[in-house]
Design a protein around this ligand. Sequence first.
Ligand code: GLC
Length: 720
Amino acid sequence: MSQQRLKQYLKQMTLNEKIAQLLQLAAPFYDEVGDAGQITGPMESLGVTAETVHNAGSVLGVSGAEKVISVQQSHMKHNKYGIPLLFMADIVHGFKTIFPIPLAMGCSWDIALAERSAEIAAKEAAVSGIHVTFAPMADLVRDPRWGRVMESTGEDPYLNSLFARAMVRGFQGSDLKNDKERVASCVKHFAAYGLAEGGRDYNTVDLSERQLREYYLPAYQAALDEGAELVMTAFNTVDGIPASGNRRLMRDLLRSEWGFNGVLISDWAAIKEMIAHGVAEDGREAALKAILAGVDIDMMTSSYVHHLPQLIADGIIDEALIDEAVLRVLQLKERLGLFENPLRGADPEAERQIVYCDIHREAAKELALKSCVLLKNDGVLPLHRNQKIALIGPFAQSGDILGNWSWNGSRELSAKLGQSMQTLSVSSVTIVEGCGIDQITEGQIQEAVTVAEEADVVVLALGESSDMSGEASCRSDIRLPEAQLRLVQIMKKLGKPMAVVLFNGRPLDLHGVYEESNAVLEAWFPGSEGGAAVADLLYGIANPSGRLSMSFPYAVGQIPVYYNHFNTGRPKPSEDTDEKYVSHYLDIPNAPLLPFGYGLSYTSFCYKHLSLSSDEIGETDTLQVKVEVVNEGKLSGTETVQLYIRDVSGEVVRPMKELKAFRKAELAPGESIEVVFDITEKQLRYHHSDFSFTSDAGQFELFVGPNSRDTMNAFFRLNK
Ligand code: GLC
């Protein structure tokens, strides 16, 4: 449909009909939609009429091919312009085939597989009637107390940017209008939601614009560079103004500086929440600030429907502001091909074939295999299939391994750890719960002790329930719950070899687990095939290859702790220093327990012969970095060779290390590979105090290694 035709709608629709296009309703409004179009949703709570609902622009959370077809057909009957409804939903890490949570995916460092996961998620969602997904979540995170770190890919802007791009490519493909197996991507939460003070959800975010641009914006920008169709506002303030009413952030930066002309949707009720924030006296002022900031869709409040007409009647705003917002919504519908085919990809028969099919589940298992991170191993892993195993813990046979934001997944159908291990074992795997998530009984203890005493190896399956992370699920104490720590202590006393598998949505404080165990495998929430993947890893059918994309703190008191930190003027010279007047704690180390990029393998890799093509480069030169990596172990394995750079002296302080490149290499026992990285001046640029994004001549230090801590280094100069 042409732009002209879309603009024709603006002329035909009344003001109220146009504003209704900016309203997003939730699923309950469409529970009982019949041919008569009787709307049974909580209209009174939202204060909207059936006529408004018939003119609504979009709905959140309705899915299922038959349901979507029914709602859309009813809607088209009652919308006198034949403008179709947009169906949106949170397809964050899978639709029904649930992939590992994004934080786990971030630990795979597998960009291609991330794209594949998004492509599969889009295919299942599209055939089930979804048009738009509220993903990727591109928020950079440094505080594991925040429950939503599970939705992010981690603490590094470069790695997050690569994943954000991959997810947009997977969701949208290259021809969104005609490829009915794709969905539009809505990158969120703009901006810097991950910096909520105290790691407490919805809390204040305050940072310099330079920090915002250097660390927190790159992944959103990457998603938009990749063509993401929508942006979602964050709940938080940015520089004292809630994102949903922040004209500098939305009009000046997002739309003018970055040139984004897609749909900007508020987060749930975020427009109305400006009243609670204290920047709007009432819904009218909230609506005014949001429309002036360029927010197009009001998610789940009726601020726009109730107040925009009067704001126009009072001459406070011009109707042109409404028209530009409505046009963007209509253009999105046009780019999705909805005017030609309002049902788009919804297809009950195809849905039955495609959703949760074997091929999709195999992809979910592959990503789970690559997302798990071996944090410790003294040799107790891999297990031998003829060993007698006692599998104990609340996750031994749990289906709660999908993680938050898996609303359409099935815990019942997911591959459980215990069953998967029993399938692989040629001896015995005895399964007992041992304790609940946060309670333990004498009976459970007795049963666990009995089973453990008869076993060769004890495997503890521990962690957080999935509702202990995700939205509004922040923790001040990020250790395992006391009951589980007690179980570890009791099992430790038996003196048996003990491996721990963790199912959790955030880096944990591993006091009470890490030292006590012979091995620790971080499984995160590994998704629909997670139990099968973990079992394969425990038995060595697959070799762990995950690398942490977020640091594990030594203790919650360290937070925020992240690898790309500044040096300060009084850096602590070493962890065992006795110098007092340096930046340190009296009671704990500065270093995290486990650093960004860290992860072990069942084999061992050795780094040799780091060399640079030159010790200086000009602006147009390429510095070639070579390193030899050898698999010195007895098993094949995949190493993630990481390259970091430090700008030794900048116009502003610069991080001790910044990830600039990485390469995954699968090596057979004894095999070696020469990994080559090309570094150019572009990779040395950063935001200066005047926000110019340029590099400085001077000395740089370069690091290569298996993680951000254990590296080989070299120096080079940039001449300008
Ligand atoms: C929630 C979340 C957001 C989600 C939206 C719709 O409050 O903040 O990530 O997409 O509401 O469910």
